[in-house]
Write a protein that binds this ligand. Sequence first.
Ligand code: GLU
Length: 297
Amino acid sequence: MSKSNYRGRFAPSPTGLLHAGSLSTAVGSYLEARSQGGEWLLRMEDLDPPREVPGAADSILKTLEAFGFEWDGEVAYQSRRHHLYRDALKQLIENGKAYACACTRKEIAAAAKRGLDGYVYPGTCRHGCPDGREGRAWRLRVNARLTTLPDRLQGEYSQNLASDIGDFVLLRADGFWAYQLAVVVDDAEQGVSDIVRGADLLVSTPRQLAVYDALGLEPPSYCHLPVLTNGAGEKLSKQTLAPAISTGDAARQLRAALALLGHEAPVECGSLDELWLWARQRWSLSRVPRGPLLAPL
Ligand code: GLU
């Protein structure tokens, strides 16, 4: 039994292998959970088969294991949890909070302004699809007021969902569940109290708060860790060709990830076990920089 009510998680998408950026997020979320005597869950976000890389989910698990991460319980797979997303969407439709949308990407691009994360949906189908058109996607109706969250590392972050993002997709036109819905349904269902993840997801958080609100659920607390960038200032990702981490020199890479997060381990800590022991005792969010951080080569 856990000593506290803290329950954290790491939720990789198997669209590529782990790289230095995802490793540092895993390290930060793991140490924050363990330093508070909390649990740490692992959830594979495998909801987007067209973007997934065969074998990546297993490789991510093996890599985490080789680095010495210990997660609580079984790994959850989003691909096996569709019924939960379906129930949530049904509730939102019944409460009038979600609506069907017939717009194509092209139509949206022609009618919309750019916002904080792509086009701001212009609300074409908000009061029903145009005559003769059928809904292809489902969207959440958002409010025109400021959503503000206190982030434990990045400070206060605000968005006006109506003007910055627009009504956003819950179920995509291609039939796949949107990340914004699935992540909330899962974190709530799994009892996650504290989300520690990369700062690239800060822009998504007000949307997730809107989903919590629409479903009548209590949101968790948030902490967005610095993202790692390459020499060109781009976030490390599959798209920017970030190299996959190898498990051959795991201790060196764990040491580097800790140093980036403001925890420079003494040279005497040579092995993975020694590094983890040291880090679990010393971990403090107050030492973690806000970033972004240049990834070491
Ligand atoms: N699956 C997402 C990713 O790999 C992370 C989701 C989250 O932590 O909320 O970027």
